[in-house]
Design a protein around this ligand. Structure first.
Ligand SMILES: [Zn+2]
Length: 224
């Protein structure tokens, strides 16, 4: 019996695709939903016929989790001051506002801190602008590797991208084949960023959330 296996069950009108991981150390079934991925951990000898009804039984919970990941909206911390924590590409940083000696607003990223230097009387707005530019730049640097990885699996040219404000969406795909990403995506976990990239790149081939789309998405996310 393979250690790692793909399977799917039908729950209402949703096809739940999941991976089964077998382990000798387990004696119960465990389900985790991570972004768009459903992982089912089971004892080593357990047959699919036993696992499937269990997944169906947890169907409502799984569908809700999957839906939540898809519709989670970009939110920016409303108050930015010294001590505010923000996440940048999966790492946690603390903001520190400091006076700028040379009267020019600037920003410096160290291991755990983002230092924002503002001129006397400098507005927090100026700081927010600097942070937004930083998140955008870092996301633009981070995305190409992920796009290249998925393009090669799908055997399509690497799409061009744009990082900008997308309102309440994390990502989007234009009719001309360009992928758009919200700059706030930079504040999410690497796995979440990865799942948004995978989702949008699949839309270049299949515009609808059809079974074909979902299969493609699972294929991409299992290959990583
Ligand atoms: Zn979509």
């Amino acid at each position: 019996m393979p250690i790692f296996q793909k399977d799917s069950v039908q729950y209402g009108d949703t096809e739940i695709n999941y991976t089964v991981t077998r382990s000798k150390e387990r004696n119960t079934i465990g389900i985790t939903v991570c972004g768009p991925m459903v992982e089912v951990s089971v004892p080593s000898g357990m047959k699919l016929a036993t696992i499937q009804p269990f997944v169906v039984k947890k169907g409502a919970w799984i569908v809700q989790k999957l839906d939540h990941a898809r519709h989670q909206k970009p939110i920016y911390p409303s108050i930015l001051e010294s001590g505010t924590s923000i996440r940048l590409l999966g790492r946690q940083y603390q903001l520190r506002f400091l006076p700028a000696v040379d009267r020019r607003a600037s920003l410096d990223v160290s291991a755990r801190q983002i230092q924002i230097y503002l001129p006397p009387g400098g507005k927090t707005k100026m700081g927010q602008k600097l942070i937004k530019a930083l998140l955008r730049k870092e996301l633009e640097k981070f995305l190409p590797d992920t796009l290249e990885k998925y393009s090669s699996i799908l055997k399509i040219p690497v799409p061009s991208i744009q990082v900008r404000d997308l309102g309440n969406r994390w990502g989007s795909c234009t009719s001309s084949g360009k992928l758009l990403f919200h700059w706030l995506l930079a504040t999410q976990s690497l796995d979440f960023i990865d799942s948004v990239v995978a989702h949008e790149i699949c839309h270049l081939i299949e515009p609808k959330h059809s079974p074909k789309f979902k299969k493609m998405l699972v294929k991409l996310r299992l290959n990583t």
